[in-house]
Write a protein that binds this ligand. Sequence first.
Ligand SMILES: Nc1nc2c(c(=O)[nH]1)N[C@H]1C(S)=C(S)[C@@H](COP(=O)(O)OP(=O)(O)OC[C@H]3O[C@@H](n4cnc5c(=O)[nH]c(N)nc54)[C@H](O)[C@@H]3O)O[C@H]1N2
Ligand SMILES: Nc1nc2c(c(=O)[nH]1)N[C@H]1C(S)=C(S)[C@@H](COP(=O)(O)OP(=O)(O)OC[C@H]3O[C@@H](n4cnc5c(=O)[nH]c(N)nc54)[C@H](O)[C@@H]3O)O[C@H]1N2
Ligand code: SF4
Ligand SMILES: [Mo]
Length: 775
Amino acid sequence: MTGTWHKTACNLCYVNCGIEVLVNEGHVAKVRGDRSSPKSQGYLCNKAARIPYYTHHKDRLTTPLRRRADGGFDAIEWDVAIAEIAERVRTLVDRHGGKSMALYGGGGQGNHAGGAYANAFLRALGSRNVFNALSQEKTGDFWINGHMFGSQTCHTAEDVHHCDLLFVIGANPWIAHGFPNARDHLNQIRKDPARKLIVIDPRRSETAGMADLHLAVRPGADAFLLGALLATLVRSDAIDHDFISEHTVGFDEVKQALLEIPAEEWAAAAEISIADIERCAAMIAAAKAMVVRVELGIQQGVNSTLNSYLEKLLIMLTGSFGRKGTNQLHTWLQPLWGNSPGQKFSPTGDEVIAGLLSPNIFPDAVLGDHPDRLRGVWIDSSNPANTASNTKAVEHALRSLELCVVVDVALTETARLAHYVLPASSQYEKTEFTLFNFEFPTNYFHVRAGVLPPLEGTLPEPEIYTRLARALGLLPGDNVLAPLREAARRSRPEFAAAFRAFIGENPSAAVVTPLVLYHTLGQTLPDGTAAAAPMWNAALLCAKRSPQAVRRAIGASDDIPDQALGDALFDAIVAARQGTAITHHEYSEVWSLISHPDRKVRLAVPGMLEWLARLDPETAGAPKEFPFMLAAGQRRMFNANQIFRDPAWRRDDPDGALLINSADLGELGARDGEWIAIESAVGRLIVRCKIDNSMRNGQLALPHGYGQSYPAADGERLTNGPRINLLTESGNRDPIAGTPYHKHVAVRLSLAPAHEVAACQMQSERIHASAAAER
Ligand SMILES: Nc1nc2c(c(=O)[nH]1)N[C@H]1C(S)=C(S)[C@@H](COP(=O)(O)OP(=O)(O)OC[C@H]3O[C@@H](n4cnc5c(=O)[nH]c(N)nc54)[C@H](O)[C@@H]3O)O[C@H]1N2
Ligand SMILES: Nc1nc2c(c(=O)[nH]1)N[C@H]1C(S)=C(S)[C@@H](COP(=O)(O)OP(=O)(O)OC[C@H]3O[C@@H](n4cnc5c(=O)[nH]c(N)nc54)[C@H](O)[C@@H]3O)O[C@H]1N2
Ligand code: SF4
Ligand SMILES: [Mo]
């Protein structure tokens, strides 16, 4: 095939493997792994080949839209859209203050460049209210990290590569990846008799099927299981006393609490035999280097913040930290989230963790009667109408806003409710990067240059935010910025001096620093990577924080001064199309990444031991009226968040089936493949069922990443697969972090009435007929 191969990265999950794409006549025609990528070395999973379905499909937006009173949209010119939006933002902020605005999103799995500009725009309006996907999975973990390590930006990494025991709890890396080259590592562990795999998952998942020990925990009972395991480790003294005394504080209090756990009773509550808990403890004791890998199974499971705490205790008490093959902390080029201990969001009284607000409080934040409630929401790279809990409540909140603007590549379920929709260029049509850099001892960063021209009518995010900032008088004119641009062309030191002087003289421009850098320094960067200019500040700070590790990573000599080292790091990242190492540490240096001044880990975290003591095995079961436990949002071979809209991208599971074991389905009186009704306290769906005997009795799973509407052959929009958050409740959430208990949605099943079955069947056929015709 003719065309040109270009280096870029996969945007389908947060591992962001380095890839090469063949561009032929303005289209991505083929995808292959990039062997020169220092992070992924050519690795690729099944989904990446389908990237053309993301870049080219008939639902791409190509013009700004304004919603009419009847719910339809008018196409409008960019100038008109920007002027009207700026006017409405100004009115809102004048009337109710900047805090009446929030940003929702700011980047998906492959794009965080836009987030840098969107966040600056929000701050310039006087608001720091940010909702995004991280706060519906990870903020409980961040809260624990804040206490244990001293900052919510301290985040654990996994050296899976070198471990001899991989302990997986509530994650399915064979399917969901989550760490680089996941399948290669899992295969290597399986083949090597000296390396072991333990998996804790109610389902015999693809990863659990490869394990040396699989504990099929009762859904939602992880805290009991982890409690019983920790108690067993402490009682059998299979803990690392040297590590604990050298690197931690507070062990005695924790030990006391763990000794009080009735291990047998808790094991029974988790429906795991005490013999299996003991076997698990013995494998941990025998391991030289254990690494713990967790994900949504516990982070979106019952007691999620407590689960994150127990997981960290397991790491610390066994000394599985800071050595080759264990857990670590990692550096950042720029932290993707903040540190906001003790901060509260006044309209609802909820805690702001890592600078973020939980999507589960979004409806209350808009619909409440607090004077500081949200009245305007700016949504960029997110589809909360499908991905936040309680779709009905979220849609109601979105409709109630005085102003809602969506920046997206496609007409999403959220965009359809916005007052204005602004069409962004896709991730292959502009410069992009992500801040998902979670590796240790070597950490990486990847700036991708656009490999396609922007689709006509679309703009990359920095251009969108430039126009808005100019319309609102936040960003000085081009003539004012010209001298800075000239200085950048002459030399970096000259630019640095001119930039500092400029910010000193124009403090109001400081809040839109990313835009100032984009229009000045950015214009001098290779391959049109101007959008990466805000990473200059980040590179300077990174070099200041970890000079030795940066020196090693980029091969800089010892006599380069720190200021020049930051510049050298920045030059390295903007020059390397395949991505580059930003820091390379010695294992022993991990302690420098702890924020507590004494570099010691705090084992006793406020409230956690009390929470542990309150756990009651008696209250653990499903409610009678909703006897099944649904994991709402499973990762599968063919889902990738809301990134794909064209149903033709999938090779199987076209309707996003409900997985159920054959005994449960038989009892219901339904057959494999039939449409059945599933109902929770807040919603009801008709879904296709599929027998999967890897599921426990009473446990169900629906996939994440479905429920997008897409135009059929005749233009009518049809919804493909379940909109799972119609079943989830805003209140089914963690008491501290507000993170949803998506893996624990109580539901009941029934046979579906014939007319509903017929309607679903017909809709499915129409969707897939048009998909097949396009293939
Ligand atoms: N194919 C694919 N890969 C993806 C994504 C995608 O959409 N599709 N999305 C990406 C994103 S954004 C994320 S956050 C990650 C998530 O990645 P993972 O969290 O690894 O994936 P999930 O399938 O959501 O859930 C993991 C496991 O939790 C188990 N589980 C359910 N309930 C419980 C429970 O009560 N206890 C325990 N211990 N386990 C339970 C499920 O059976 C499942 O095997 O995946 C990323 N990768
Ligand atoms: N019930 C349930 N709900 C869940 C989950 C679950 O397991 N169960 N998982 C949760 C998790 S872990 C996550 S991460 C979230 C993800 O949920 P969201 O935060 O909504 O993110 P995505 O699904 O990745 O949606 C990305 C959006 O960005 C748009 N987009 C793509 N490229 C670009 C671009 O270049 N520019 C712009 N401006 N937009 C772009 C896409 O069209 C899409 O609308 O869902 C969460 N919701
Ligand atoms: S693992 Fe993630 S980033 Fe890598 S190819 Fe698969 S979807 Fe893309
Ligand atoms: Mo996620």
